[in-house]
Ligand binder design. Structure first.
Ligand code: RP5
Length: 173
C-alpha cells in the first residue's frame, strides 16, 4: 500500500495532504479506488489500516494528530458496523469523507446506514457504497483541496474534461 508522491519530485515523498484510512485489509479492494484518483491528480496521500474496534487507540492517535501532521482531509472507509468515519470525525475537525464498503451479508446497506446517520454536530460526508463511493471520495477530497490550490484546480478541470471526452455517443456493438 504505497503512499502518494509529489509529481514534481518523484524521489522525495511529499507530505501527505489526504489520509485514506480503512478498517481492515479487506477494505483495500474498495479504498484503492480513492487512492487511484489521488495519484492521478498528483495529490500526496497516505493509506493506513485503522480500525475503530480492533485498534481504537491507533484511531484516536491518528485522528487527533491529523491536522498538526498536515493532513487537510481524511477519507475513511469501513464495512458492516462501520464506526470508523464517525469516530474519526469525533476526534478531528478536518473534513471526513465516509465510504461505505460493501459487506458480504447486507451488501453495504449496514455500512451506509452506520456512516450516514451521524448525530447533528459531528459531520461525516457520506459517499455511495463501494467503488463509486471511493472514487468520488477521492474526487471530493480533490475539490476541497483545489479551493486553495489553483494548479490542482486546473488538473481537476482537465480530468473532468477527459472524462466527458471518453463518453462515446453510440454504444459499442
Ligand atoms: C470492518 O469490518 C472493516 O471495515 C471491514 O469492512 C469489515 C470486515 O473486516 P474483516 O473481518 O474482513 O477484517 O471493521
Amino acid at each position: 500500500m504505497s503512499d502518494g508522491q509529489s509529481p514534481s519530485s518523484p524521489s522525495v515523498p511529499a507530505a501527505a495532504q489526504v489520509g485514506v484510512i480503512m478498517g481492515s485489509q479487506s477494505d483495500w479492494e474498495t479504498m484503492r479506488h480513492a487512492c487511484d484518483i489521488l495519484k492521478k491528480l498528483g495529490i500526496p496521500f497516505e493509506a493506513r489500516i485503522v480500525s475503530a474496534h480492533r485498534t481504537p487507540d491507533r484511531l484516536a492517535e491518528y485522528a487527533r494528530t491529523a491536522r498538526e501532521r498536515g493532513l487537510k482531509t481524511i477519507i475513511a472507509g469501513a464495512g458492516g458496523a462501520a464506526h470508523l468515519p464517525g469516530m474519526c470525525a469525533a476526534w478531528t475537525t478536518l473534513p471526513v469523507l465516509g465510504v461505505p464498503v460493501e459487506s458480504r451479508v447486507l451488501k453495504g446497506q449496514d455500512s451506509l446506514l452506520s456512516i450516514v446517520q451521524m448525530p447533528g454536530g459531528v459531520p461525516v460526508g457520506t459517499l455511495a457504497i463501494g467503488k463509486a463511493g471511493a472514487t468520488n471520495a477521492g474526487l471530493l477530497a480533490a475539490s476541497i483541496l483545489s479551493l486553495s490550490d489553483p494548479a490542482l484546480h486546473q488538473r481537476l478541470e482537465v480530468w473532468r474534461a477527459q472524462q466527458t471526452e471518453n463518453v462515446a455517443e453510440t454504444p459499442a456493438a
